[in-house]
Structure formats: structure tokens, C-alpha cells
Write a protein that binds this ligand. Structure first.
Ligand code: SF4
Length: 268
């Protein structure tokens, strides 16, 4: 994909490929606090080299266009759940799924927790200088047990009905589960009581409709997921060890971007 760098006035500017804010670059063994988001943690799990080049060397990956249709479903779902949050009533999806005992969780920090860009759930990792963060889509609450339930909205378009087993086993959805494990880990270390199940609220646009007619029809499916936070601590330990080293790690041999850039470098 070709992506051209533009400034805030949308004028084309020189792409430097390096971060300008020193606060977003980590110096090995630095003592100042440094924030690492759920997305960057996922980068570490996917390719240690790319994660290191980004966080320690300050390399800036090419930008991506926004996912405006997916964002729109998120925004509209948020509006619906916020009405039920204010009234502390079950949302229609809870009722349809026999979950009348759930309500959207009401908390003064909710808007900050949903702000993945500047805030999110946040917690210092052990006694280190690393602050872990992650912006959630929503949290619900079981009114019987008071357990919190992490929810992630997912938008897709598929001819196939959403089925829990297939959805959770798909190689393309493994990152979703990591995301959910991470959010549950953060809430737990922040001192909240979380239940054993999280939910993906999957909205699936009907690609088999007869025509567009100015709208997309979505089905809505709740996919329950038994999250697991036990593996997170050791992986964060590994991540911190990595950013404190001076050598650049190996790349992921399955990465198409790196394969392309290796060939591209030979042309110059
Ligand atoms: S293999 Fe290369 S391009 Fe791909 S994620 Fe790793 S460093 Fe980045």
C-alpha cells in the first residue's frame, strides 16, 4: 500500500520514518516511566524486531487509513449501551441472549478507559517503570455477582453465520483473544473483580443481501470467551528484558512487509 505523509492541514510533507517525540522512544535501562499499550504488546508478540525498532529506535511504521465503517458501528453501539448504562437496565442484546442480569458498568472513569489514544485502563507493571495500558470498548457488570465483564465490539462482513467455536479458533482471531486476556489482566491488577467470561459482540454485515439500497443489514452475535491472564506476566517480563537490550532482535520470517523491503532495498 502506498501511503503519503500529510500534515494537519492535509498538505503533503516529507516522510522521515522516525519519531520526533523523544518521550515515545525508550532508552535501554532508562529510569523514567514509559507507557506500553496493548497494541504495542501485541506487536512484541508478533515480531520482536518491529517492536524494538519502533519503541527503542523510534522507527515509525507507515500509517494506515482509518476503519471508518468499523468505527461507526463501535460509536453507535456505544451510544446504545450508554443509554442502558445511565438507566442501569439490561441492553436488548442481553435480553435476547438470556442475560437479563447484566448491565453496562457505570464508573466515573469509563470514558477515560475507552480512550485508547491517550488514556485507557492503566497499571504499573510490578515495581518497574513500565506502565501498561489498553483502551476497552466496554465493560458490563453481572448484577448478581458484581463481577465485571470485558466486552469488545467486532465488525465484519461474511456470508457465514458467526459461530463461537469457529470464531474463536480462526487464526485471524487469535489476536482478539490476546487483547481480551490483556484487558482482563489490567482490570484485575487494578483491583477489580472480573468474571470468568468475556464477550465479543460481533456485528456481521449481510453480503448476501439482494442489493445495497442505502443500508447494510447486520446480525448481532455474542461470542463468549473464557479469558486466561496467567501467561501475561511472563511475556511482559520478556518484553521488558528485550527493550533493555542493545541488540536488535530477529524478524518474523512470515512477514510480507519485511520480505518486500528486503527486495526493495536491493533495487536502490
Ligand atoms: S518482519 Fe520486518 S516488517 Fe515484519 S514486523 Fe518484523 S521487522 Fe516489521
Amino acid at each position: 500500500m502506498i501511503n503519503l505523509k500529510r500534515n494537519s492541514k492535509l498538505e503533503l510533507v516529507e516522510a522521515k520514518g522516525i519519531r520526533s517525540r523523544s518521550s515515545s522512544i525508550y532508552s535501554p535501562n532508562q529510569l523514567e516511566d514509559f507507557k506500553i499499550s496493548r497494541g504495542k504488546f501485541n506487536d512484541f508478540l508478533t515480531c520482536q524486531r518491529c517492536f524494538y525498532l519502533d519503541r527503542v529506535k523510534g522507527f515509525q511504521s507507515p500509517g494506515m487509513p482509518g476503519w471508518s465503517l468499523n468505527e461507526t458501528t463501535d460509536i453507535l453501539l456505544k451510544k446504545e449501551f450508554d443509554i442502558c448504562r445511565a438507566e442501569q437496565t439490561p441492553h436488548r442484546i442481553f435480553i435476547e441472549n438470556g442475560l437479563n442480569h447484566l448491565v453496562p458498568f457505570k464508573h466515573p472513569e469509563m470514558d477515560n478507559w475507552r480512550n485508547s489514544l491517550s488514556k485507557g485502563l492503566m497499571s504499573r507493571f510490578k515495581e518497574t517503570n513500565i506502565i501498561l495500558s489498553g483502551g476497552i470498548d466496554d465493560i458490563w457488570q453481572d448484577t448478581k455477582t458484581k463481577d465485571l465483564i470485558v466486552v469488545d465490539y467486532k465488525s465484519q462482513a461474511s456470508n457465514y453465520e458467526v459461530r463461537t467455536n469457529y470464531y474463536l479458533e480462526s487464526p485471524y482471531h487469535q489476536g482478539y483473544k490476546i487483547q481480551m486476556d490483556f484487558y482482563n489482566y489490567l482490570l484485575t491488577v487494578m483491583g477489580f473483580q472480573v468474571g470468568s467470561l468475556s464477550y465479543f459482540l460481533v456485528v456481521n454485515a449481510d453480503r448476501g443481501a439482494e442489493g445495497f439500497h442505502g443500508k447494510l443489514d447486520f446480525s448481532e452475535t455474542l461470542v463468549p470467551y473464557s479469558h486466561n491472564i496467567t501467561w501475561i506476566t511472563s511475556k511482559v517480563d520478556e518484553m521488558i528484558e528485550l527493550i533493555n537490550q542493545k541488540t536488535v532482535p530477529e524478524s518474523n520470517p512470515s512477514c510480507e512487509n519485511c520480505a518486500y523491503s528486503r527486495h526493495r532495498a536491493k533495487v536502490d
